[in-house]
Design a protein around this ligand. Structure first.
Ligand SMILES: [Zn+2]
Length: 118
């Protein structure tokens, strides 16, 4: 697991909305994430940490396997016609946003690294 800030979310303070970078390792250790602009503090609970870990793992796995996906296609049926899409194209379009409901707030976590470079 990486010890650099691979993820970020926007501060929930409506007048702030600063992008707050953080790493999975940081929240796993139980560190409080503090907004550098307004000082609002965030503590992540176990359930949330698990979800964020899975999200990071997914994005990392996609990065790891990209070289073996070069010539792989996936067939999709659209109105009776089969369209072949390269996996590579699908993955480059993969959403790197994870939206979670925490209490009454909606958190959008963003992966700071694009899953594939093309
Ligand atoms: Zn803030």
């Amino acid at each position: 697991m990486n010890d650099y800030d691979t993820l970020e979310f926007l501060c929930l303070n409506e007048e702030c909305q600063n992008a707050i970078p953080f790493s999975v390792l940081m929240i796993e250790k139980g560190h409080t994430i503090i907004c550098s602009r307004c000082g609002k503090q965030y503590i992540f609970d176990k359930t949330l940490i698990e979800k964020i870990k899975k999200f990071e793992k997914l994005v990392m796995t996609v990065r790891e396997v990209q070289d073996i996906l070069g010539d792989t296609y996936v067939g999709i049926n659209i109105e009776g016609h089969e369209v072949k899409l390269p996996y590579r194209l699908l993955l480059t379009r993969m959403n790197t946003l994870l939206t979670l409901n925490v209490g009454e707030h909606k958190f959008a976590f963003k992966f700071r690294v694009e899953p594939l470079n093309t």
